[in-house]
Design a protein around this ligand. Structure first.
Ligand SMILES: NC(=O)c1ccc[n+]([C@@H]2O[C@H](COP(=O)([O-])OP(=O)(O)OC[C@H]3O[C@@H](n4cnc5c(N)ncnc54)[C@H](O)[C@@H]3O)[C@@H](O)[C@H]2O)c1
Length: 324
């Protein structure tokens, strides 16, 4: 049986990928420090180690014992806004702690890694849809903390023969197998809109309606977590063949903030009041992935690209989790 170690596997995305890996016959061990997830969020049927990725002795011992075929590395702090208030905790937790993980992998001779990167490495791109070759110019410390990891991976590959898949996610959304998006604090658009539909917030803020887009609001690329998870399994299984994979993971389709609110109104039947507020600094008008590389290298195709389907799956979960 193939074995994997999943860091951050108690979280939204790592947990979903763990479930898919488990169901595909992998022996899955989740390593998570539970700073941003509850113990109950560790999927059933996987092994669990409560530890920080920076706990070098613990991580190295786990790797030596498990001898995994690969590590899937999701553990990170993910709030771009917070990273502009406390950049140091992002460089510590996302960059320095990942170096510690890489050192433990090197010591234990485990050299296959799938890494969760982000569209935030592109900052404000000058091309759209964004190819992987676009300029890397993060506009927040979160994006920079991930870009630094990408650079470390390139050196571990070159010098130590690591095989790495770097997956740059766009906006991940939706729910799978009773597991949906929940962050504390929540800053992602779809869960905030759904909270408004449930009456837990008075209205949803639209930051700027004077962008150069058809309806004036920002356009983002939403990828269903099921499609994202599927791409991880493909990346892991093709790592031997390719040695290095670097791909965007998005739908390749963009939806404006107003379009997402409209979709949520259709799906939920709720009014969902919205209020236009001034633009937020550093919010690019359009962030849409070119997903050609993922299609070519992973033979991957998003199967849940329809916005209403993504919102409906999130809504079903959101009601169960947060409804009265
Ligand atoms: N959610 C998105 O739309 C999105 C977009 C782009 C990239 N990403 C990346 O995907 C990954 C997963 O994101 P998510 O939305 O599931 O976040 P999440 O907060 O739900 O999950 C992250 C998990 O990592 C754990 N963790 C954090 N630091 C740790 C450490 N030092 N040691 C051990 N565990 C630690 C947390 O407890 C949590 O369970 C992150 O790397 C994030 O940067 C997410």
């Amino acid at each position: 049986m193939k074995r994997v170690l999943v860091t951050g596997g108690a979280g939204y995305i790592g947990g979903t990928v763990s479930i898919l890996l488990r169901d595909a016959g992998y022996s899955v061990t989740v390593l998570d420090n539970l700073t941003h997830a509850r113990r109950e969020a560790v999927p059933a049927g996987v092994n669990f180690i409560e530890a920080d990725i920076a706990d070098r002795p613990m991580v190295e011992a786990a790797l030596r014992e498990l001898r995994p075929d690969g590590v899937l590395h999701f553990a990170a702090l993910i709030e771009a806004g917070e990273s502009m208030v406390k950049p140091e905790i992002y460089f510590r937790n996302n960059t320095a702690s990942t170096l510690s993980l890489l050192e433990a992998m090197l010591a234990a001779d485990v050299k296959n890694l799938v890494f969760s990167s982000t569209a935030a490495v592109y900052g404000e791109p000058d091309v759209t849809p964004i190819p992987e070759t676009a300029k890397l110019q993060p506009t927040n410390a979160y994006g920079e903390s991930k870009l630094l990891v990408e650079q470390m991976l390139a050196w571990f590959q070159r010098v130590h023969g690591f095989k790495t898949a770097t997956l740059r996610y766009f906006n991940v959304a939706g729910a799978l197998d009773g597991r949906g998006e929940q962050h504390e604090p929540e800053t992602h658009l779809i869960p905030i809109i759904l909270d408004t539909a449930l009456g837990k917030r008075k209205s949803i803020a639209i930051y700027g309606d004077d962008y150069d887009t058809p309806d004036g609001t920002c356009i983002r690329d939403y990828i269903h977590v099921a499609d994202l998870a599927n791409a991880h399994i493909r990346a892991l299984e093709r790592l031997h063949e390719h040695g290095r994979i670097l791909v965007n993971l998005g739908n390749g389709k963009g939806f404006s903030v107003k379009a997402v609110i409209e979709a949520a109104r259709r799906v939920t039947g709720a009014v969902i009041p919205a209020e236009v507020k001034p633009r937020r600094p550093g919010d690019p008008a359009r962030l849409v992935a070119s997903s050609e590389q993922a299609r070519e290298l992973l033979g991957w195709e998003p199967e849940h690209a329809d916005l209403d389907e993504i919102v409906a799956s999130a809504w079903k979960w959101h009601q169960q989790r947060f409804g009265a």
